[in-house]
Design a binder for this molecule. Structure first.
Ligand code: MTE
Length: 312
């Protein structure tokens, strides 16, 4: 992300709401088709409809699975789909350790068959100023953390992606500057918020490798880089853990990374976003970015009294 520059959008590029809504219904039709044609390798998940999905229309399946950030497989948007075919997401164990009374080791099969899997259709806003709407299938992180019984001293949660250079070409190159494995973190109350999800699928099917198979984090009110992929370890801590992008450029990527149209990235505006999968005469359209990505009602209280410019 440090490597790309995005031009400031002109006010005329912001799509009027009526146009945006009618375009979304068109996209919806295309979505169903996309899901059918690309379902080949994925297994269906038993999912029930969850709360918080609203009336959002998902981005076409083909865009969700071919416009990705997953630096373990390369730095271009098409690299993850092209270079993740030799990655083996099964078998897999997810562990929850650290300041917990009952450390947990979860087999992915158990999770994939969990009755707690729900569908959540969430907006996703990347810090690079583009956005999608993704229908996730996942388990609220809070329910898994409660099973591990957090120690009262725990204040933060650290997440760690898999380290497997033999299957992840990007981990052998120094190009991205990332210190592997990819790591992320949340405050414990953020992790326990009902919106926070561990996703096992998209579109009712297990996660494609490029989207973070077999399990990844989804925190819809934060910039997409908080959504760490292919998670192996979750640890509860009594301090804020280091996070990958903050380590690379702390003045550009904060620990909180809450979507905030009023706080620009040092190199581009965060006021609007390019809608992936949308089309106009001049390319993808733009829409205004919403505070907390539109989830303020559910999460604004977490940050009461904090200076969101300082804690960006
Ligand atoms: N997780 C890992 N392990 N490696 C990554 O490079 N990229 C992040 C995040 N999680 C990344 C990651 C970024 S920058 C974004 S925007 C989202 O994943 C992209 O998720 P998507 O490709 O499923 O849309």
């Amino acid at each position: 992300m440090v490597l790309f520059r995005y031009p400031r959008p002109l006010p005329s590029e912001i799509t009027p709401k009526e146009m945006y809504l009618s375009r979304r219904s068109l996209i919806g039709g295309a979505t169903a088709l996309g899901a059918l044609t690309t379902a080949a390798r994925a297994a269906a998940l038993q999912t029930h409809s969850g709360p918080y999905s609203g009336s959002l229309t998902p981005t076409p399946h083909d865009d969700v699975t071919h416009y990705n950030n997953f630096y373990e497989f390369g730095m271009d948007k098409g690299d993850p789909a092209a270079h993740s075919q030799d990655f083996h997401p099964l078998p897999w164990t997810l562990e929850i350790t650290g300041l917990v009374r009952k450390p947990v080791r979860l087999d992915i099969d158990q999770l994939l068959h969990s009755p707690a899997i729900e569908e959540r259709i969430y907006r996703m806003r990347c810090v690079e100023a583009w956005s999608m709407v993704i229908p996730w299938d996942g388990i609220p992180l809070a329910s898994l953390l409660k099973d591990a019984d957090p120690d009262p001293k725990a204040t933060h949660v650290a997440f760690e992606s898999v380290l497997r250079p033999s299957e992840m070409p990007g981990q052998n190159e120094g190009l991205s500057g990332i210190q592997w494995p990819y790591v992320e973190g949340l405050r414990l109350d953020e992790a326990m918020n009902p919106l926070t999800l561990l996703a096992l699928g998209i579109y009712g099917e297990t996660l494609p490798n490029q989207n973070g198979a077999p399990i990844r984090l989804v925190v819809p009110w934060k910039y997409g880089f908080k959504g760490i992929k292919s998670i192996q370890r979750i640890r509860l801590l009594d301090h804020e853990p280091p996070t990958t992008w903050n380590r690379l450029a702390s003045d550009e990527y904060g620990f909180y990374a809450n979507v905030n149209p009023q706080v620009d990235h040092p190199r581009w505006s965060q006021a609007t976003e390019r809608v992936i999968g949308s089309h106009s005469l001049f390319g993808a359209t733009r829409q205004p970015t919403l505070m907390f990505n539109g989830y303020g009602e559910q999460v604004a209280d977490l940050y009461r009294g904090m200076d969101l410019r300082k804690n960006f």
